[in-house]
Design a protein around this ligand. Structure first.
Ligand code: FUC
Length: 755
């Protein structure tokens, strides 16, 4: 398929809105594509200030002195008075942040290029098929080309500089970094930049090897000079002494690993690295193909986006299909096994003080990053998320013990790579112990997609169980419910507005989701009978957090405080609709969710709009879901198709990809629903390779808004249930009830309906 390329007719000037991202999970780079000066800003995902050793002092967010009665006092006041201002609760339970740190830019590579005559025929592009960024132009009669990619198997970033005339390649490569405690040295065409962060002593090192074909390569004191070459290649490797292990979070000096990685890559050579990259990337990216009936006009991507109307033209659909593919590209580029998960900016950051520290917000943002991972057939990209969740347990247990006197583990509103599981004191965003439960949701969901019991047993279940233990010990009997003894979360806070109260809807729905999942998991694993019985008993008594209020809305709080003109970006009380599975479409709660969403409006920040795509898709309203995609593309998307909050925040890219998938296939309710929310704007098209829970891969084509042919590839033997309005061919043994078909599928077999 054509059109899966972002391209521009000018070099990038602005990092955030114009430069193009490449990455391999651990490493990221932003390509500017200048003709006189090339800038390649780069990152390594573990380079963080803060944490143990920070000059500010680091406390993991745990209370620096015990507060034995603090929580009980807040609870009692909420029981008496019903609500408390966030500032009062922050005074009682918060404390100033110390040593949280921030994700750091590593530095920049610069190529000083000869100032020839002006460049003509300029093109800068990012091919999503190849995961390669290229820059081409003509100057002084010579066609110059550069290509860049981030190779996951080799763990390096590679660039190649070439020209169509022998001997015409000439540049000086140098490096810079805002960390003034670094040293740069050069030997044998290898530039080394090494230092330790002033704040926490974290050691970082990057090495860049330059290799030339023809011409000369000269070592300067801090730069490498290439002249008269036919072509040249640079290979970059970088690392730090970070280790994801509580409590010190430090490992080996990075020098040996960075050297070995680079030596190996250099020995492989450019073509082999390119091939390894191509194979590795294509194996992931090519699993899914989306055709929305698009036609890609020959205009640069910034103009394609600026011309987008949301109205469903073939060019509009081209942008939508490109945006979907780009989200999958970004996930592959920013989240691969062996490093940290994608943070608020994936892996890309050019600053020493990025917005929200470029951290891991867990009151929606980190979770949203991984919503698409399974449904768009990139389950491997979620491995860092699994590792991160597991690594939060040791510090989270200590926080649970010290703050809640509870078993299990906890994390609050946001965290860092150093196990920050406690609190700070920003009144409207410091208290969110439900985050741990929410983080585990995706682990269970990963099991539901794959059916991999080994994964459930070894990886998902221990983390889920730990999160559930906290709530078994912490839920509070709500005096408002008298003899019924309903269990509520107290104190609870609906992100990131309103008052504190007991039993906010999101808190209840998250605990409902966790208890439901962990009880199911224990049952599947035939494990922990006593624990499971406790969970089921608590679930029975749990206030489900689903109330329909005075104007027909789903209530955000247990008391009917919702204001009809409140358009806050968080729509937390619809958690049970998405990403949860407690609220189903066409039920009274589903209808109330519609009322709530309509009142909240179609505005919001980037991620908020992305969430609303998912909500409307789950409510089976494809037109409204598509409208939200339109709002996102029109008003919250930058020239380089990054989502903007503002500023750039990658969750909206990922949330939107998940939302598009939800419009095409849903499977959260034990049935594979094909084309549940197809918008009129996508009259005819097809998608191949989406995943449904139960280890099924789905291909579907549709015409004039109706499914034409559906093929299901069964990964496992067992019952498949499919809801699809499709006419025509059906195999023996399938039974039908309404528009739902079911049959016993055999592993490895494919089943086609219609067509
Ligand atoms: C949540 C949101 C903000 C922002 C921040 C990183 O707290 O409420 O809008 O996205 O995360």
């Amino acid at each position: 398929m054509t059109g899966l390329t972002l391209w521009y007719d000018r070099p990038a000037v602005d990092w955030e809105t114009e430069a193009l991202p490449i990455g391999n999970g651990a490493l990221g780079a932003m390509i500017f594509g200048g003709t006189a000066l090339e800038q390649i800003q780069f990152n390594e995902k573990t380079l963080w200030t803060g944490g143990p050793g920070s000059r500010q002092g680091y406390d993991f967010g745990n209370w620096t002195a015990p507060r034995p009665d603090a929580l009980a006092e807040v609870r009692e006041r909420l029981d008496r008075e019903g609500r408390m201002a966030p500032e009062e609760v922050a005074d009682a339970l918060g404390q100033p942040k110390s040593g949280f740190g921030a994700y750091q830019t590593f530095g920049d590579l610069w190529l000083d290029l000869p100032e020839d005559s002006p460049a003509t025929g300029y093109r800068r592009e990012l091919s999503l098929r190849e995961a390669v960024a290229t820059v081409t132009y003509t100057a002084g009669g010579v066609r110059h080309s550069r290509e860049y990619f981030a190779c996951h198997p080799g763990n390096v970033i590679v660039g190649r500089i070439s020209a169509d005339r022998p001997g015409a390649v000439e540049f000086t490569l140098r490096a810079s970094s805002p960390h003034d405690d670094k040293r740069v040295s050069v030997a044998d065409g290898r530039l080394t930049m090494r230092g330790a962060l002033a704040d926490n002593g974290m050691v970082f090192e990057a090495q860049v090897q330059v290799i030339v074909e023809g011409g000369t390569r000269t070592d300067g004191a801090d730069r490498i000079i290439v002249a008269g070459a036919d072509s040249a290649v640079f290979v970059l490797s970088a690392g730090t002494d970070y280790a994801p292990v509580y409590p010190a979070y430090r490992g080996d000096d990075p020098h040996d690993a960075v050297t070995a990685t680079l030596d190996k890559a250099v020995a492989q050579g450019y073509e082999a690295l390119r091939q390894a990259h191509r194979d590795d990337y294509a194996e992931l990216f090519d699993r899914v193909e989306l055709d929305l009936g698009q036609e890609t006009p020959e205009v640069p991507t910034d103009r394609l986006r600026a011309a987008y109307t949301g109205g469903g033209s073939a060019a509009d659909r081209a942008l939508e299909a490109l945006f979907f593919a780009y989200g999958r590209y970004l996930l592959i580029a920013s989240s691969r096994a062996g490093s940290l998960p994608a943070n608020l900016q994936g892996v890309w950051n050019d600053s020493t003080s990025p917005a929200w520290a470029g951290d891991y917000h867990v009151n929606i943002n980190l979770q949203m990053n991984y919503w698409p991972a399974d449904v768009v057939n990139l389950t491997e990209t979620a491995r860092p998320y699994d590792d991160f969740a597991r690594a939060l347990m040791p510090p989270g247990r200590r926080t649970a013990r010290e703050m809640f006197e509870a078993d299990g583990w906890v994390v609050h509103n946001e965290t860092n790579p150093f196990g920050f599981t406690g609190v700070h004191d920003w009144a409207t965003a410091f208290w969110f112990p439900e985050a741990a439960a929410w983080v585990t949701q995706h682990l269970y969901d990963r099991y539901r997609f794959s059916g991999d019991v080994g994964y459930l047993r070894e990886i998902a279940y221990p983390v889920m169980k730990g999160a559930a233990e906290l709530w078994l010990d912490t839920l509070h009997t709500d005096p408002r419910d008298g003899a019924r003894g309903t269990l509520v979360v107290s104190p609870s806070y609906s992100p990131e507005h309103g008052d504190f109260s007991a039993g906010a809807s999101m808190a209840q729905q998250i605990v409902w989701d966790l208890f439901t999942n962990v009880a199911e998991a224990a049952d599947i694993l035939d494990a922990d009978a006593e624990f499971r019985a406790r969970v089921l008993e608590a679930l029975e008594r749990l206030d489900p957090g689903l109330r329909i209020g005075s104007w027909g809305q789903l209530q955000e709080w247990k008391a009917d405080w919702d204001e009809q003109d409140n358009q806050h970006r968080h729509v937390s009380h619809l958690f049970g609709l998405h990403p949860g599975r407690q609220i189903v479409a066409d039920s009274p709660e589903g209808e109330a969710a519609k009322v709530t969403l309509a009142a909240r409006g179609d505005g919001g920040t980037g991620w908020s709009k992305a969430w609303k795509i998912n909500f409307w898709a789950r409510l089976l309203d494809g037109d409204h879901a598509h409208r939200m995609l339109g709002e996102l593309l029109k008003h919250s998307t930058l020239h380089n198709l990054w989502d903007t909050h503002p500023p750039f925040q990658i969750d909206g890219n990922f949330g939107a990809v998940a939302g598009i998938a939800e419009m095409l296939v849903q499977s959260h309710q034990e049935v594979i629903h094909v084309l549940p929310a197809l918008p009129p704007a996508w009259r005819t098209g097809s998608v191949r390779g989406l995943r449904a829970r139960g280890d099924v891969t789905v291909d579907v084509s549709w015409r004039d808004g109706a499914a034409e042919k559906v093929t299901l590839h069964a990964g496992r033997t067992g019952e498949i249930r499919v809801r699809a309005a499709v006419e025509g061919r059906m195999w023996d043994g399938a039974s039908r009830s309404g528009d739902t078909w079911s049959w016993e599928a055999r592993a490895g077999e494919s089943y086609t309906m219609g067509g």
